[in-house]
Design a protein around this ligand. Structure first.
Ligand code: BJW
Ligand code: ZN
Length: 252
């Protein structure tokens, strides 16, 4: 079947549904100029995200971890949502119970207007007390984001005296209980799951397609490359999400 036939068939099957869930990963932001994590372009300034996004890295060298996150903030600050983010935001008006779960921390879905949004791995614009006193700080405005992205490499300190850390789920850390429960519920009760721009290797997000399928949902993958999910997906749309999502939307 040609790709345009596949998109038409996917659109036809999705049209009649109510409960649609989308799961996104770094690939959705690639066309906004935000590097992905894995693959040849997956290097962030000589570091692999997977080496610095750990509690151990922060314990060893909090200044290095903050320097790296501030550098990433500076890149993300310059980026804008792309057509893929905008289509996913408009999907809230297409399906009454559309929900978007993202592994991304860049905040671009929120900037595109998504409101029914679960950020599974946190948000790069938020910091929280590393000692767990409950203090959080969000760089909410464009001006404060720009200021913070350009700030000198210091480690922010909480009012309680402990260090602040990026409010991000690092490897080996648990996801927020409420967000995870809402996501698992949505995956178990959706009629279709769109899996967009993720390598489908990081758990628990990588378990969502299996869960959705076991409960009878259609699973559609949108990715430029094959992933471990490809063989199990009901439909695979091969290409850029910034092109395929608008093409799909046009047929709904
Ligand atoms: C395009 C495109 C275009 C490009 N259009 N597509 C079960 C089995 C095995 C291991 C585990 C398991 N359960 C847990 C684990 C351990 C671990 C894990 O999964 N490891 C695996 C690597 C094996 N998971 C965890 O540690 C998680 N925690 C946990 O489970 O806790 C349990 C616990 C319970 C109770 C107490 C304590 C613990 C936490 C995982 C957190 C991940 N965090 C990161 C980094 C932080 C974010 C940051 O600093 O920015 O999140 S890792 C990194 O990977 C980041 C991403 O969100 C995540 C996923 O990556 P993603 O988005 O898929 O990006 P890429 O680069 O991999 O892929 C991009 C894709 O896009 C590619 O496929 C391209 O082809 C495609 N693409 N351009 C469409 N234009
Ligand atoms: Zn504190």
């Amino acid at each position: 079947m040609s790709q345009s036939d596949t998109i038409r068939q996917v659109a036809q099957r999705l049209r009649a549904l109510t409960r649609v869930l989308a799961l996104t990963g770094a690939g959705i932001s690639a066309e906004s100029g935000v590097p992905t994590f894995r693959g040849p372009d997956g290097l962030w300034r000589n570091y692999r995200a997977t080496d610095l996004a750990t509690p151990g890295a922060f314990a060893r060298d909090p200044a290095l971890v903050w320097e790296w996150y501030r550098w990433r903030r500076s890149k993300i600050c310059d980026a804008s949502p792309n057509p893929g983010h905008h289509v996913l935001a408009r999907f809230e008006g297409v399906w009454p119970a559309f929900l978007l779960a993202t592994q991304n921390v860049d905040g671009l879905h929120g900037r595109a207007g998504s409101r029914r949004l679960l950020e599974l791995h946190g948000n790069i614009w938020r910091a929280r007390c590393a000692a767990g006193c409950g203090q959080t700080v969000t760089e909410a405005t464009r001006a404060s984001r720009q200021r913070d992205a350009g700030a000198p490499p210091t480690v922010p300190v909480c009012a309680c005296g402990a260090l602040m850390r990026p409010d991000i789920v690092w490897f080996g850390e648990a996801l927020d209980d409420t967000i995870l429960a809402q996501t698992l519920d949505a995956a178990a009760s959706c009629e279709a799951l769109l899996v967009v721009g993720t390598s489908s290797v990081v758990y628990p997000a990588a378990a969502l397609p299996g869960l959705a399928k076991r409960h009878g949902a259609i699973v559609v993958e949108i990715n430029v490359e094959e992933t471990p999910l490809t063989g199990a997906a009901d439909y695979t749309l091969r290409g850029k999400s910034g092109e395929l999502l608008p093409a799909l939307e046009a047929l709904l």
